[in-house]
Unconditional design. Structure first.
Length: 261
């Protein structure tokens, strides 16, 4: 049910919604933005708490997701919707949602889990892309260690295409992540460009966490005594891959070894 209609960009509520693009405001309010019908629909199915949904009928390119009666709908004109939106071409649907629990303690694992650990990844687009790949291969968890970007950054949500609602996620310090995998006897395989062993010569069929590091400095020294170094072969002149691409290569090598089709 439409609660209100707003046509002005100077409306205080529009300003409040737009301010959620700032990390400080997200931290203070515990809220974040989800843009796009598919992303909102995935959040709803995952049980994410949605406080309100903003719609712009002139920009709607897909049917509205089915909303529970408890969710208020606010109709915005095109200009105020553009002020709230992240995308250059808004889809016409933005949800205001409450941030969910990201503690390591909430993660339940099976007998031979496949996990992705992303340490100090700075670029929201890379982090979101990793989540899409992690969902595609069916990982049991993604752990963000010593996070350098906010999990609830709208660009992470956008790049993940809603995958961050589909997979178990945790945010922790590197020390906490190390303790967590060691307590569960999980092998850590780290992507190191100078490792002597290529990735397909490392057994990933048992309980395994695949580790990728920051785009500029790679994996932190805290993992040196924990991780098994593995190298993605590079035949050309480039000496590194994009962090999300490295994560995808490692994950699909693990999938290949596990004979998952």
């Amino acid at each position: 049910m439409v609660m209100d209609r707003i046509s002005s960009t100077s409306n205080p509520r529009v300003k409040a919604f737009a301010s959620l693009k700032k990390k400080r405001v997200r931290a203070d309010t515990g809220l974040f933005l989800i843009e796009g019908s598919r992303e909102v629909d995935r959040a709803l199915h995952a049980g994410i708490e949605i406080e309100s949904v903003l719609i712009c009928r002139d920009l709607l390119d897909t049917p509205l997701p089915s909303l529970p009666d408890s969710v208020g709908v606010i109709e915005l004109a095109e200009e105020p919707m553009g002020k709230v939106a992240i995308r250059q071409n808004p889809s016409g649907v933005i949800a205001v949602a409450r941030q969910f629990d990201t503690r390591l303690e909430r993660i339940d694992l099976g007998e031979t889990p496949l996990i992705l650990i992303a340490e100090r990844v700075e670029k929201p687009g890379n982090l979101g892309a990793m989540m899409r790949t992690a969902d595609a291969v069916g990982v049991e968890a993604v752990v963000i260690a010593d996070s350098a970007t906010d999990l609830f950054n709208p660009n992470v949500v956008r790049a993940s295409q809603g995958a961050l609602f589909l997979i178990p996620l945790a945010v922790a310090t590197t020390a906490e992540a190390i303790d967590w995998v060691q307590a569960r006897d999980i092998q850590v395989v780290g992507g190191y460009p100078d490792a002597p062993t290529e990735i397909w010569n490392v057994d990933m069929t048992g309980p395994t966490a695949l580790l990728v590091g920051a785009e500029d400095v790679g994996i932190g020294a805290g993992w040196d005594a924990v991780a098994t170094p593995a190298r993605i072969p590079m035949a050309g002149s480039s000496d590194s891959l994009n962090a999300s691409v490295s994560a995808a290569v490692l994950l699909y090598e693990a999938v290949r070894q596990r004979r998952i089709t």
